[in-house]
Design a protein around this ligand. Sequence first.
Ligand code: HEC
Length: 433
Amino acid sequence: MRRLLGLGTGLIAILLIACGDAAEETPLPPPVPSTYHRDIAPLVQEKCGGCHVEGGIAPFPLQNYEQVFAMRGAIKASVKARIMPPWMPARDCTEYQQDRSLSDEQIALISRWVEEGGAEGDPVDEPTVPRVSQGGLSRADLTLAMPEAYSPTQSPDEYRCFVLDWPETATRYISGFRGNPGRPSIVHHVIAFLAKPDEVATYQALDDADPKPGYTCFGGPGLLGNTVSWIGSWVPGSGGMDYPDGTGIQVEPGSKIVLQVHYNLSSANAAADTTSVSVRLESSVQKVAIMQPWTNPSWRQSDAMLIPAGQADVRYRFSFDLVPLLSNVTRGVFVNGVPITVYSAGLHMHTLGSWGRMEIERKTGGTDCMLDIPRWDFHWQGSYAFAQPKVLTAGDRMAIECHWDNSLPMAQDVMWGEGTEDEMCLGTFYMTQ
Ligand code: HEC
């Protein structure tokens, strides 16, 4: 019986392959051994090149056959485990632009090349035009740099905020953003916050109180909590991005930009860095956009978001219908009741975060996933632009859910705060009305 069954399954498999061959437009590639130049180099350039270059944030370059061959065991293990390239969102949530992750076929290709011995092949097989990641900032109208160089002193991580002057004398709209790390080997991420004219003094006081350039900051740019607006964020490997056509973030004359730079010294020594950001500017836009963090305001009060010591999965979830409240929470940029279009989402927790999720609870029933980070890594937080924007009308609820693991020995009770010892649970969206 077992043999018969085995035979039967084999026959079905053969039939399926035969059918598949006839129906498919592109036949399966012939089983020739894979080579570095033909199969691996283009993939590594596209998917690893932003970071694994000489002087990049990754600890070793992957720019030629010798370098890739020497690391092939670790490469196979890290791509199969989907640790590399760093790409946090779960694959079944929604589709994003500039998706850096590898497809199952690409992972299989890399594994096969390693298993077959890692042949070099012939350099003429390598595509002459290097494949680069899609996207990028199309126009840098203004570049704002840190006022003076800074050399981090804390290892491995230091978070520092710098206050940059905004030179424009009329209202402008930021329609694209890119971070330009001064020293790519130590700059792990950059977030640019907007200090509106009436907030500038608060940030300036923080800067003035710290004798060195800028001031220490961690969860956000200071004490203003969730009213703070972002103008953009950058992680290694990104060439920046244009915001959706016809949209932009409004910046009034007299504003300042607060740049948070996360320095990481795990693969390079401290050195002086002058990071800058470039923005694309418009004098008018069809739709004013905002990018600002959202959370449950009551979590920020005393011990409302207590994460008790010793617990391995502490969960907080909050959902709210923001459409009727828009004017209040955007300080008048949006009006109440008008539907919003959401173009991107980012999640923010600190180092105890274990997984997090943002979704829309539709008033018609069901949920629409925006972002699901099943293995939270504080080092790789970013903002993810949807392939298709999502619209919320009154009655739809935006939900944010965060989980923390506070079970390490010597754990302490943790609460909401901006410090390294505290936690937060915020969602950031780029949206228009
Ligand atoms: C966005 C930047 C970035 C991209 C893109 C990237 N890496 Fe990495 N890689 C890093 C950093 C940084 C480290 C050091 C460990 C860490 O911080 O996670 C690393 C570590 C590694 C390691 C060592 C892992 C270990 O077990 O210590 C391997 C292997 C690796 N990368 C392979 C790749 C391959 C292959 C690709 C492309 C398919 C890739 N990486 C894409 C940034 C990147």
